[in-house]
Design a protein around this ligand. Sequence first.
Ligand code: GCU
Length: 552
Amino acid sequence: MAYSEYKMWLQSENAAVPKVDSIIEERILNHWDNIDGSVERGYSGKSLFFKDGNICYDKNRIRDYARYLSSIGINRVCCNNVNVTERSARMIADDLIDDVAALAGIFREFGIRFIIAVDFTSPRLLGGLTTYDPYDEHVIKWWKAAAETVYKHIPDLAGFLVKADSEFRDGPAALGRTQADGANVIANALKKHGGKVYWRCFVYNCVQDWRDTKTDRPKAAYDHFYPLDGSFADNVILQIKHGPSDFQVREPNSPLLGAMEHTSQALEFQVTQEYTGQQVDLYATAVQWQEILDAPVSDSQSMRDLMGNKVKAIVAVANTGLDANWTGHTLAQANLYAFGRMASDPALTAREVLGEWVKLTFGSNPAVYEPVLDMMLRSREVYEMYTSHLGLGWMVNINHHYGPSPEGYEFMKWGTYHRANHEAIGVDRTEAGTGYTAQYHPHLNALYSNIETCPEELLLYFHRLPYSFKLKSGKTVLQHFYDSHFEAVEHVEEFISTWDSLRPHLPECVFSSVADRLLRQLSNAKEWRDVVNTYFYRLTGISDGQGRKIYD
Ligand code: GCU
């Protein structure tokens, strides 16, 4: 179906939806906005929706935003953070529901249904009950009553989003109940209103001991959820991050996606650039999404084949805020655009959607269009060259996740270890190691387990290898680290000269804001180069084969 036709029915929820396999019916944007006005992992200013504990927004701006989201294909939005606070939990209570309904009403005008993130402990937190046990009859009644109140105000609410048993948030496991017990008690309350529960699968042990080499965080989501296939209510959608770690620059696809036969699933992306440059460094997320969709899930299917079939919904964490250009880095606007477009048509390539954005934004003069598109298409690879190596990830400063810190997470509780010593690096996740690869389809298990067939960019995700291991290029792992860090800086320098050459063609404010970010990116890339190269030089005592400057 042509996009123009598709856009027409997008405007109306009730329009007959053509049955096309690749149509993903729910195209959802999650905001991680806090009710105090801050934005978790936000890099574009304060919240568009909240301020000082209240719902507070510029109505015109929200109308513009809703119209824009609708025009790129988004049809569901959640404005509050999955990390629900005591105050934002009240968005389903009497004191805030009128304001929530008014905000939902603006999105409704553009065919976008609202979702509210709720706290699983709400029956206790808001209802004053002594428990939030999903089997307790008062709890069951409490959720039903809460649903009645909310649907009275927002009759077309798409549902509740829940992050439970995750990163210090309580959930059913704390009471000895399963994830299905937890999701179902809310789903049952929403059912008669046509609502759904979007239940996040980001459940893992976040207080691991680095000395424990048996527990392997990437296994967690599958271990928790796969055995429950078939026990979730039919209005529960499991929301699964694209990778088993956490929105890293490079990780394999989550083995949970597509594995369950009887449970609706949503694929979750991040538009906001938490680990991918924080809207200072240029990073076109569409390139990564295309790779994710292209990746195999079995011997005959790719992730793209699951979209609109087993995977019924697609979600991304938004990158917008009150900054005048919406996204901090002007070119990061393309990431939101690309999400809407690829969610609407997962067959679109990164080149196509980024090309559209560049033309719509800067016009079709090839002197501008071609170099800007080229920079964007290369940006993911360049960022990966200086921040993430053969699938390692996590070498960032703790908490804020920006800038290099090779051992930042190494001795922490979060379960994110590369275990580098002077000889080797990486984790053996094959069945001889942590056993993670066994969660995949046998074809993929075999592919990833074999060093010869494992995609090289994921080599150290799946294997522990000596620095002297020879890659297909003939380079050792160590020389590959050194080279990619030196070359990445050269690529960023090229981005800067390309952008400088475009000055005559661009509005000055756009030119200078992007130029400023590129300079920050350059200093960032140099910092990564020097910190990471020195780290490996100190560990191994082996110099760069090309004799370039490595600090000791
Ligand atoms: C990451 C991120 C958190 C977020 C969490 C989530 O861990 O750093 O800020 O809350 O993901 O997806 O829930």
